[in-house]
Design a protein around this ligand. Structure first.
Ligand SMILES: N[C@@H](CCC(=O)N[C@@H](CS)C(=O)NCC(=O)O)C(=O)O
Length: 294
């Protein structure tokens, strides 16, 4: 191994990498003010359909709609009981997204209902069937408007639910624990972005659109996820990066001077890694499960 000392690895880390670890990574919280929730209705047809969003469909609205209403459905609870292998994780390292579980009729899931114009119906359903392809099934439920439910109007509405028994179901035993869910969110990234972006967008949307509604499942996961981020992340990333620095230098052989182009080139590649989406998650998952503290 090159005559590189731990002291020199510390110096390289402090000079080149500490700023990435201690820099505050902005969570891409979506501004959904443009959704025009509960605003005036546009011209519609009796053949329009309604679709209910209770997860990413509340803040990632990549389909046309002519009306958006806040409200709830009864008899379900929202849970992070679905692995995501195509959006917030991969087949090798799945993330966590929400689905619904059957509950008491008095239980409610709050979310947004979108009215889809009949002319867009086929394309929107085709798009959402693909987006929700990993384990979700389309079904129909009754939607209640809120808070303007004074008119007591209800709607028949379509919804995508991933039910127990699908290949990506994660609602049994230890996998259903808040700690396991938070750890998986803390260490996952997929084609649609980091799992923490998904979680914080959902939490932000619920706190903003339904400020008086308490979702204990979301709040418990938020507490554990914030604990991991605030008390573990820096230590885990520092340890992981120092290992990467040592491995990078080791791969270049003995006694190579630090100012050698090969060393500088390899360290530059590691710096570039710290600029891509999900760099934290890739290092965290190695360290979190390397038998060290959590
Ligand atoms: N059916 C849920 C959507 C559940 C969900 O979040 N589905 C994932 C698929 S794994 C999704 O659409 N993710 C998009 C993303 O993560 O950007 C809803 O009504 O919002």
């Amino acid at each position: 191994m090159s005559n590189i000392s731990l002291h020199q690895i510390d110096n390289i880390y402090n000079e080149l990498f500490r700023k990435f670890v201690e820099g505050v990574e902005s969570v891409n919280v979506v501004d959904f003010q443009h959704l025009n929730v509960n605003k005036e209705r546009k011209v519609t047809s009796e053949n329009d359909i309604w679709i209910f969003g209770y997860g990413s469909l509340m803040w990632k609205v990549d389909f046309p709609y002519v009306d958006c209403q806040s409200g709830y459905i009864c008899g379900y609870l929202r849970r992070f009981y679905q692995h995501s292998i195509d959006h917030r994780g991969t087949k090798i390292k799945p993330g966590r997204v929400v689905t619904l579980i059957k509950a008491e009729l008095t239980d409610r899931v709050y979310g947004l209902a979108y009215r889809i114009a009949v002319k867009d119906k086929e394309n929107v359903l085709k798009h959402l069937d693909y987006r929700e392809k990993n384990g979700y099934q389309r079904c129909e439920v009754t939607f209640h408007k809120f808070p303007d439910d004074s008119k007591e109007s209800t709607l028949k509405i379509l919804i995508y639910i991933a039910t127990p028994g699908n290949e990506s179901w994660a609602g049994e035993g230890d996998e259903a624990s808040v700690i396991k869910i938070a750890e998986q969110i803390f260490t996952s990234v997929g084609p649609s972005g980091t799992n923490r972006d998904y979680f914080f967008n959902l939490l932000h949307t619920m706190l903003t659109l339904f400020p008086g509604i308490k979702d204990n499942h979301l709040l418990e996961i938020d507490n554990e996820l914030q604990r991991l981020i605030l008390t573990c992340e820096t230590k885990l990333l520092e340890r992981a990066l120092k290992k990467e620095i040592a491995l990078t230098l080791h791969s270049l052989g003995n006694n190579i001077p630090l100012n050698d182009d090969a060393v500088q080139g390899q360290l530059y590649q590691l710096i570039k890694h710290c600029s891509k989406v999900g760099w934290r998650e890739e290092l965290l998952v190695k360290e979190l499960y390397s038998g060290k503290e959590k």
